[in-house]
Design a protein around this ligand. Structure first.
Ligand code: AGP
Length: 589
């Protein structure tokens, strides 16, 4: 998703904005740009490509001025072109804006503006903000009123920041449904989409909440509601671990985060007993429990359903955040929503939580980013504690989510899980990571592959789905995850000579039945990669995993699948950290 950044202070803005903009690259983007203001002039440069490339060929750091705004764009409306990159200017160049979100009514607004002789340079929805502000600024005479009049006309999701040629000493912003925060420095202040952008300069932050307008200058900040009425906002200290993010000696963040799992799995278990008790009670008292999530977090939710049934004897509903509306009518104050989200900024889940709260439901969140929008809109939250996850593909956050769900469900049961078993998992993860070369050899065989299948039963079915998602988003190979029991209901028709199938088949209650599925696949010429703690002559390739209690197999068997996707990406020269078209947190619907 797009990244927003603004700076006003005593240093030249452009060099600092270029450096800090790179901290937002992990969000995924296709173009970038900067605008600065000085001596009643706005200077702007933008293009398609990576920040470093644009900075060098457009000499971004030479833009003059001590106030500026910057942006990394993830295209939603309008193709990937230099004109569609942000910032966008008003007709006369007096105002520059950058925006994250989607203005739903931009077509109608653009028509009205064109009828008032505004001329547009781009095909984006965002550009209308510059022209609306231009109209309103003349009438309003000050930035807060200009922004207030502008947001009254908008529908959709947005966080935007605006620079004014006539007043280079302030930068204005507004927020509805897309994240925005203020960084408070010493004689300098920032706006950013996330704390990571300015954390190296300050750990004092103010969160701009929904339907708020903000202004920064070198001395401080001001926040109002959408009508311009001042609001009192207290700065908070934000976690500094975000600043120590580096690849260390790994080739990619994705590789590093896969390897961190031998520590992060244990960190998911570090929970205050009071919080675990409060969440357990909340769930125990609920008439109906709904687990909602997207993508990889949804696969964690599917496992959460199995664990809650197995340990807590609770049957729960699982829903994709984007499909949750269908369940809205059943929500009431006896319902509990468990929202699972690594970023805590996924637009679909924030909307689903908003619906739930309107219906009186309670919201429990499993999060990683503790300063996220989700963490501020839930009733209770548990942190998966896995530290910043930079790679777009979720890896360590997934194993932390399912570890915490397993822990929570077993804490809810009368017979408490032997925590030593969970803590011993870390050693088992090291065994798997030692299989690196075996996995890399298997990945090498996928080079000419166009379709891949992952099968599993019971607790292994969500892992089959997750293995397929990792393979798709990292290597761009089409992959499908399915329950092994479903093969005969259709997908077997696609299996021909050498079709590669990854079979998740540890020796548990599903072992024999899945081995039968493997035989059926072999009878049709498939090439089967077995992932198990028990070898079989049926497998063409075999990835050994250690034996663990049956319900804990998912936590470790997903790791070879993460490595498989990572190495398949390398084989195909894909960038594992920044897969094409994807973003780390999907802050638009
Ligand atoms: C997973 O590898 C993807 N990056 C994506 O599916 C992700 O899990 C999904 O967008 C949900 O993100 P969240 O956990 O931050 O809500």
């Amino acid at each position: 998703m797009c990244g927003i950044l603004a700076y006003i202070g005593r240093e030249p803005a452009a060099p600092l904005l270029v450096r800090l903009l790179k901290k937002l690259e992990y969000r995924g983007y296709d173009s970038a740009g900067i605008a600065t203001v000085i001596d009643s002039a706005i200077h702007m440069a933008k293009d398609v490509g990576r920040v470093d490339e644009i900075a060098s060929h457009l000499d971004l750091t030479s833009l003059r001025g001590f106030g500026g705004i910057a942006h990394t764009r993830w295209a939603t409306h309008g193709g990937v072109t230099p004109e569609n990159a942000h910032p966008h200017l008003s007709c006369d160049g007096r105002i520059a804006i950058v925006h994250n979100g989607i203005i739903d009514n931009y077509k109608k607004l653009r028509e009205e503006l064109e009828n008032r002789n505004h001329s547009f340079r781009s095909g984006t929805d965002s550009e209308i903000l510059a022209h609306l502000l231009e109209d309103n600024y003349d009438r309003a005479g000050n930035e807060i009123t200009a922004v207030s009049k502008t947001v009254q006309k908008l529908s959709g999701s947005y966080a935007f920041v605006a620079l004014f040629r006539q007043n280079p000493d302030v930068i204005a912003a507004a927020r509805k449904d897309s994240p925005l925060m203020i960084g408070l420095g010493d004689g300098e202040n920032f706006f950013a989409s996330d704390v990571g952008a300015f954390i190296d300069r300050t750990d004092r932050a103010v969160f701009v909440d929904n339907r708020e307008i903000a202004l920064i200058n070198t001395q401080g900040f001001k926040v109002t509601d959408f009508n311009g009425v001042s609001l009192r906002k207290l700065p908070t200290d934000v976690a500094r671990e975000v600043s120590d993010v580096s690849r260390e000696d790994f080739a990619h963040f994705t590789e590093k985060e896969i390897h961190e799992q031998s520590q992060t799995i244990n960190r998911a278990l570090i929970q205050t007993p009071e919080k675990i008790l409060a969440v357990s009670k909340e769930l125990a008292q609920a008439e109906r429990i709904y687990l909602i999530a997207s993508g990889t977090s949804y696969h964690a939710a599917l496992l959460g359903k199995i664990y809650l049934a197995k340990f807590a004897r609770r049957v729960v509903e699982v829903s994709l955040s984007s499909e949750f509306r269908d369940l809205e009518e059943f929500l009431d104050d006896h319902s509990v929503i468990v929202a699972i989200s690594q970023s805590g900024e996924t637009a679909d889940i924030l909307e689903a939580v908003g619906i739930a709260r309107q219906r009186g439901a309670r919201v429990v969140a499993l999060i990683n980013a503790e300063e996220s929008s989700l963490s501020r809109t839930c009733d209770l939250s548990l942190s998966i504690n896995c530290g910043p996850e930079i790679g777009v593909a979720a890896t360590k956050s997934f194993t932390s989510q399912i570890t915490l769900l397993n822990f929570l469900a077993s804490q809810m049961a009368q017979k408490r899980r032997n925590q030593v078993e969970l803590e011993a998992l870390s050693k088992k993860v090291d065994n798997i990571l030692a299989q690196d070369k075996v996995v890399r050899r298997v990945a090498h065989k996928f080079n000419a592959v166009s379709d891949l299948y992952f099968i599993g039963r019971g607790v292994h079915y969500p892992i089959a789905l997750e293995g397929a998602l990792k393979m798709k988003e990292l290597s761009y190979i089409h992959a499908e995850g399915l329950s092994a029991g479903e093969l005969k209901h259709g997908t077997l028709a696609l299996v021909t000579e050498n079709t590669p199938v990854v079979a998740l088949n540890p020796e548990d209650a599903t072992y024999e039945e899945t081995l039968n599925s493997v035989s059926e696949l072999k009878a049709r010429g498939a090439r089967v990669i077995g992932v198990s703690n028990r070898v079989s002559t049926l497998y063409d390739d075999f990835i050994q995993i250690p034996s663990v209690p049956n319900d804990l197999f998912p936590i470790i068997e997903v790791i070879p699948l993460q490595l498989l996707a990572y190495y398949a990406a390398l084989e195909r020269q894909a960038d594992p950290d920044y897969p094409r078209n994807l973003a780390k947190s999907v802050t638009v619907k």
